[in-house]
Design a protein. Sequence first.
Length: 117
Amino acid sequence: MLREQGVRKGREDRRWFSDEEFDLIVWTDKDGGVRAFQLCYDRSGEERALTWSREDGYRHHRVDSGDESPLRNRTPILAANGPFHAEQVVERFRAAATHLEADLCAFIAEKLQGVSL
């Protein structure tokens, strides 16, 4: 289940939620409205990230962990990726998001369902 890991206050507030399968980062404006979010999913497999923002819309990437050997730990990067399988991700997200505020969960699920990549 997604649990809140931290909040950073500033010009934009940032909240971070995490569990074994997902990382969810949400940026909000001063009125509490969601400006952007990034959902990293399939963390134990081939991790991918779906990013949505008011300004730029949707982007979908594969997360390249950067680790090529246990002796070297490079910084992860986002690389271009193929289609987003919304139905599967939304179902798993809803199951994991039971501790999120209902309106935040509904907003993100709606945006995930609206992806056309």
